[in-house]
Design a binder for this molecule. Structure first.
Ligand SMILES: Cc1cc2nc3c(=O)[nH]c(=O)nc-3n(C[C@H](O)[C@H](O)[C@H](O)COP(=O)(O)OP(=O)(O)OC[C@H]3O[C@@H](n4cnc5c(N)ncnc54)[C@H](O)[C@@H]3O)c2cc1C
Length: 408
């Protein structure tokens, strides 16, 4: 009898764990080895800048599966284990222990890491990056002490940590080099909503300024110097200037890499036996007709299973509608589609933008390319259906709250 195949997954987080789950759900009966650098059960990261950072969520409330699940499903989870290289011709990966693991098919789900700022004082105690559960615990302990906080970067992580810091009673200043927050994620029209939200909660936002230096005494932070030259007193500095995909392994193995691991619509890389999913993949999305690399929880949730089915030779297509959510103060929202500048020519609203209870639609030639529901719920599936349809809409009906979105 031929030996059963072995599927190896590098990166034991949401995309990797969901891929392992799908392999078993789809009755794959070979070996499944899930290898992760962190000494944790695979977990979801969104609470790290929200409920867990605020001390409201329990640690085990955001694990993907409890420990028993891996044994019950015969998934060989290897924690605190780093894959140091991939040998595509030998079909094996090398571990930091020096051991090798053979694979028939490999999934790379190594995610992304925060971009680090190489600035004077950047390694002082009191300077925080946020990616892991340990990072969140350290930041939570720092914010609990109150004091002055400077956040470098007005993106999602910067804004969510700023909101948490305000809830802890800290004085918060955000340094944002562009002229608005979330410009690249939402465009200027809707970015402004979030800038106003933070200002109304007492956050100071300094546009056109970036973090140049962190000052300290006795190893602790005492201030942050902005590119304007001004020193802002601070006990805590949060650096949230974006993330970079963890492509080192793939590049060293000779896979095609271009802002992530280049993958086709089946999430297959340039090597036919190697697949990529989650934050690290720059994959061809059939719905959008182009490659995208997105850093969203929903993408890890969707692409891990698609990659798993592809690995098994099943017909699986990356036609996911980009989906993102955020919670800041008492504002909760979901975005479907990619409302980046250049993707749309108009923004229209259903409901009053200033009331912070509305839906925004980004249109291109009257076709809905993205939609964001703010403090309005149970509509995101309908927004996704509008995006999927690709049909031009009647804007008067779209913006009329009396007409259900499902009737458009
Ligand atoms: C604080 C925070 C808040 C977020 N909030 C939201 C939100 O509100 N909404 C939203 O849509 N998205 C949010 N995200 C984004 C979302 O969490 C990511 O898109 C998701 O985690 C990506 O999952 P992944 O499995 O692709 O990668 P990751 O979660 O980055 O996991 C990759 C794993 O691979 C491991 N790894 C890397 N290299 C190796 C190696 N060589 N060997 C072994 N293991 C390796 C890493 O240690 C890591 O555990 C948030 C992210 C963070 C950090």
């Amino acid at each position: 009898m031929p030996a059963k195949p072995a599927y190896v997954i590098v990166g034991a987080s949401l995309a990797g764990a969901k891929a392992a789950e799908t392999l078993r759900d789809e009755a794959f009966d070979g070996a499944v080895v899930l290898i992760g650098a962190e000494d944790e059960l695979p977990y979801e990261r969104p609470p790290l800048s929200k409920g867990y950072l605020l001390g409201k969520d329990a640690r085990d409330s955001f694990i993907v599966h409890d420990e028993g699940w891996y044994a019950e499903h015969d998934v060989d989870l290897r924690r605190a284990t780093i894959v140091t290289s991939i040998d595509p011709s030998g079909h094996r990966v090398e571990l930091d222990s020096g051991d090798f693991v053979q694979y028939d098919r490999l999934l790379i789900a190594t995610g992304a890491s925060p971009r680090r700022l190489d600035i004077p004082g950047g390694d002082l105690g009191g300077v925080h990056y946020l990616r892991t559960v340990g990072d969140s615990e350290r930041l939570s302990a720092a914010l609990r002490g109150g004091g002055k906080v400077v956040v470098a970067g007005g993106g999602w992580i910067g804004l969510e940590t700023a909101a948490a810091a305000r809830e802890y009673g800290c004085e918060v200043t955000i340094l944002e080099p562009e002229s608005g927050v979330l410009r690249r994620a939402l465009g200027p029209e809707l970015g402004e909503v979030f800038a106003d939200l933070h200002r109304s909660h007492g956050v100071t936002i300094r546009f056109g300024e970036s973090l140049s230096e962190v000052t300290g005494a006795g190893g602790a932070v005492t201030g942050a110097i902005s590119s304007s030259g001004e020193e802002l007193p601070a006990q805590t500095v949060i650096i949230a200037v974006g993330i970079a995909p963890n492509t080192g392994l793939a590049a060293a193995a000779g896979l095609e890499v271009d802002n992530g691991i280049v993958a086709d619509q089946a999430l297959r890389s340039s090597d036919p036996d190697i697949f990529a999913a989650g934050d690290v993949a720059n994959a061809f999305n059939t719905l959008l007709g182009r490659r995208i690399r997105v850093e969203h929880w929903g993408n890890a949730l969707a692409s891990g299973p698609i990659a798993a089915r592809s690995m098994m030779g099943k017909d699986a297509v990356y036609d996911w509608v980009p989906y993102f959510f955020s919670d800041q103060y008492d504002l909760g929202m979901e975005v479907a589609g990619l409302p980046e500048p250049g993707n749309y020519d108009d923004v229209v609203y259903r409901g009053d933008r200033d009331s912070l209870e509305f839906i925004a639609f980004w249109l291109a030639n009257r076709v809905v390319v993205a939609g964001m529901n703010v403090n309005v719920w149970d509509v995101n599936d309908d927004i996704q259906a509008l995006i999927r349809s690709g049909n031009p809409v009647d804007v008067a009906r779209l913006t009329n709250p009396d007409i259900p979105l499902s009737d458009l």
